[in-house]
Design a protein around this ligand. Sequence first.
Ligand SMILES: C=Cc1c2[nH]c(c1C)Cc1[nH]c(c(CCC(=O)O)c1C)Cc1[nH]c(c(C)c1CCC(=O)O)Cc1[nH]c(c(C)c1C=C)C2
Length: 582
Amino acid sequence: MAPRHPENLLEVLLKQCYLQPRCAAGQRRPLHVSRYTTQAAHEYHKPDSFAVLGGGISGLASAFYLSKKHPDKKITLYEQSSRVGGWVQSKKVDVGDGSIVFEEGPRTLRCTMPNGMVALDLIRQLGLENEILRTKKDAIAARNRFIYYPDHLVRVPGPGSSFFSILSAVIREPVFRESFTSILREPFKTVPSAAGEDESVGSFLERYTSTVLVNNLVSPLLHGIYAGDVWKLSVNSIFPMLPFLERTHGGLLPGALDLLFSSEKPALERDTDLIQHLLQEQPTLRGQLLEMKDTSVFTLKGGLGSLVTRLEEVLQQNKNVVIRKDAQIEALELNRTMDTIQLTTNLKDEPKPNHAFAISTLPAQTLAKLAPELDSLNDVHSVTVMIVSLFFNNPNVLPANGFGYLIPQSIPLEQNPERALGVVFDSDAAPGVDTAKGTKVTVMLGGHWWDDFSSYPDEEEGMRMARTVLARHLGIVDEPIANNVRLLKNCLPQYTVGHQARLGRTHRDLQTSFRGRLRVAGNSYGGVGINDCIRSAYDVAMLPTEGSYFDTYTGLNNLGPNPQWVKFKMVKRQVQVNTVTK
Ligand SMILES: C=Cc1c2[nH]c(c1C)Cc1[nH]c(c(CCC(=O)O)c1C)Cc1[nH]c(c(C)c1CCC(=O)O)Cc1[nH]c(c(C)c1C=C)C2
């Protein structure tokens, strides 16, 4: 399956860029007029102070980038709770012979291009590069990934697997056998020519394969990223390369073959722009990326919570940045006379702050409540996940080692009454975080399975469910010596069919109703991972805050339907970005 971002291709680009001191600039649009460096034609508005709404990773990163780009401006970050960091939180627990870190949200970062590049650069700017703990590409967690089907762990063959091991897996394992024979049962299926309409990932891939294959092999992947339903998530938003190849080649197969063998490779223009920009701005990033080339995923000493803790520290050291915790935004509107963003808050000393412009990193539906003009955002709903982590003092409690496993949608609920999505083998996936000897695992429950639920299990019930899953699936009946349960209510936005059209409408609504004074960033729009959030913060904060184009920037400029594609061509080890393909 094609990755969401053409990582391999971009890795090639980067490697070439490392080798060449100067990356060939795109012919289509010279770098000096890229969206990151566009200069105002004339100044007509002098921003005074800026607001950032929401203190999760996107809000903190937005405030950080704004403070770098506008060192003389006052920036106020408003966070409704008493702590910043949002879903990113690490809890250290001492157990007898050492300590363990429970991640209450995301647990690792990946060096994918280009968003991972921005995250890595942020880590460097925060002075955290020596805190990085890597899981190498040849580590057991990177090599062993499992699906649970129908009643046992099945190893998914990876890129290095031999033809015979794949063949033997297909013959032996029902999950593969049923998937592939189901395609053979539907050999004369007609694949309608692409109408350009968005559809679900499931329905797109079903046209080329089968319902059984989608349920068995694709749904678990989307459980692990979005905790979402493969039949509802949008193919245009999640795997944009697939419909692009279908559209431009009249089918997925010719498109995939072309991708494999052609010297010109497609990529989203917004991504190639960013790569070129970052490599020019931060020359040392090349070396850092090279150092990470053997890394599958990484975390930080103390867990990913160290990232938000450090961001908060750095912001607090900046006298121009104010972090207001326990600050509830009650209303948000454009003050048409002053051309500013007028907030109404619960703050006694600052009930009606006025800002030259604001970046909202609030969840889409929360923003839609504050700004009814942005009603398309009401449809970006989120799912709830319960994260149950358990630590056993037996270092060999797992029947197999690896990243962990995901549970496909094809497992009927009678066989998955706990509605588990998957289990992460944390001790393998992120080794080196804990000093205590033992095994740490995390059971993820809920997601789209809980869509219609009006209430969720409490901590005790969650723990009972997780232990039942571990006993049934892995035979683990040991008593954990430490545990942690966290309910993440509405933590993962769902990019369902029509997501990009919604973003297109929101972009226009932001322009007409807020004239560029309100921009958006965060996980509701262009990606749900930490890398995506940091990239969205970078994008939105780097846009000009004054000038003739100011009114048109919303943070969604390049995220709507019909994104711009470019083609790379390698010429004498340099990269040319020169062909635009619609
Ligand atoms: C709250 C739980 C989350 C689930 N998915 C995400 C979160 C925060 C976001 C996410 N997870 C992954 C990606 C892809 C990019 C990547 O870093 O590889 C994204 C955007 C992959 C992933 N899924 C799981 C792990 C350990 C990873 C690696 C990165 C990470 O730590 O997030 C496990 C996992 N995540 C979720 C489930 C249900 C699950 C099950 C085993 C939901």
